[in-house]
Design a binder for this molecule. Structure first.
Ligand code: FDP
Ligand code: ZN
Length: 328
């Protein structure tokens, strides 16, 4: 950090972001600092409980959720706090609600015991809208806890990266991050034997066209790699036994899809844009193809619904008149 360093708060101010949204993003970044410290304390203890998706919770999963819930809902203009760790969203009684927030407090926690990177994912929505469409999203960010703690954010004016420096500030490291039309790496989630056929064929296509496999098993570091390397594809497909795939629309996919679009990329469920999908239940899942446009569009070409047989317009048979009858 030196005198030219641009702090997150200053950057948001210069971007012309609304003061309440700035305070919300800053508050989340402070929550990220606490979570980063929790992880440093090597807290690998199991909580002995399961989340709504029947996944075993670690102590840090629960603590990360408590930190973010307490900090975010204490802002007197936050309406709903929806967390992947909780069955239902929490609605505050604040008088002048302005934003609702979705949080995946600690994504990829199955990687904690092997010391790989994990992350926090956040989506911010106007509170007057129910969080039921990705297109309502106003800002999104993720915090990646790797060798460095980074925060990657967008409020619809490009994608920017900040690094948590030893002095405790998030400092701008990359602004206006862009993805190329086509990349050269792929991160294929899920078990191959469980993939549906169209997905297997698509991935085989990437393999023979010389895409390099880069996969850690953590959504945040895997997506971050594709973004920072300038393109490529992360996928988690429909599985034979679970056609909705694994990843959650509200907590994981809407925020990353918004970041991806803002960086010039694209995100679909194979055929439809992730941000256009309607959320029917809080913990709804969806298959996902996210990254450079070329790869996401190629995925779509493998997932086309079977062509409907063109209906032949029924034509009335010519009236058989006495005259025509006679001529036949
Ligand atoms: P995790 O179960 O470790 O929390 O959504 C959670 C997630 O990790 C993602 O981070 C990751 O992309 C995906 O699941 C990996 O799942 P599988 O190991 O089941 O393929
Ligand atoms: Zn998650």
């Amino acid at each position: 950090m030196d005198h030219t360093s641009v702090f997150l708060r200053k950057f948001l101010y210069d971007e012309g972001i609304d003061a309440d949204l700035r305070r919300l993003i800053h508050t989340i970044s402070v929550g990220g600092k606490y979570i980063s410290a929790l992880l440093q304390a090597a807290n690998r203890k199991m909580a002995g409980t399961q989340n709504t998706s029947a996944e075993d919770q670690l102590e840090v999963d629960k603590q990360a959720d408590i930190i973010l819930k307490d900090m975010i809902t204490s802002l007197d203009y936050v309406h709903d706090y929806a967390s992947e760790e909780q069955e239902k969203s929490i609605t505050t009684t604040h008088k002048k609600p302005k934003f609702s927030v979705s949080v995946d407090p600690l994504d990829g926690s199955s990687l904690i015991d092997v010391n790989l990177a994990v992350g926090t994912i956040v989506g911010i929505y106007p509170s007057e809208e129910l969080i039921n469409k990705g297109r309502y999203i106003q800002a999104s960010l993720y915090i990646l806890y790797g060798p460095l703690t980074t925060l990657v954010y967008t409020s619809g004016k490009g994608v920017h990266e900040f690094v948590l420096c030893p002095e405790g500030e998030f400092v701008l490291t990359k602004s206006n991050i862009r993805m190329k039309e086509q990349g050269s790496i792929y991160s294929p989630g899920g078990l191959r034997s469980e993939w549906i056929e169209s997905h297997r064929n698509f991935i085989d296509d990437l393999v023979i066209t010389d895409y390099k496999l880069r996969y850690s098993g953590g959504l945040v570091p895997d997506f971050n790699q594709i973004l920072m390397k300038g393109g490529g594809l992360f996928s988690y497909p429909a599985l034979k036994k679970s056609p909705e795939g694994k990843l959650r629309l509200l907590f994981e996919l809407y925020p990353l899809a918004f970041l991806c679009e803002q960086a010039g990329g694209k995100a679909t469920n194979g055929t439809q844009n992730i941000l256009d999908l309607t959320l029917e239940k809080l913990h709804q899942r969806s298959p996902v193809y996210i990254g450079s446009k070329h790869e996401v569009e190629k995925a779509a070409s493998y997932h086309k619904p079977p062509k409907a047989v063109k209906a032949v317009k029924a034509t009335k048979p010519p009236k058989v008149t006495k005259a025509t009858k006679a001529s036949s």
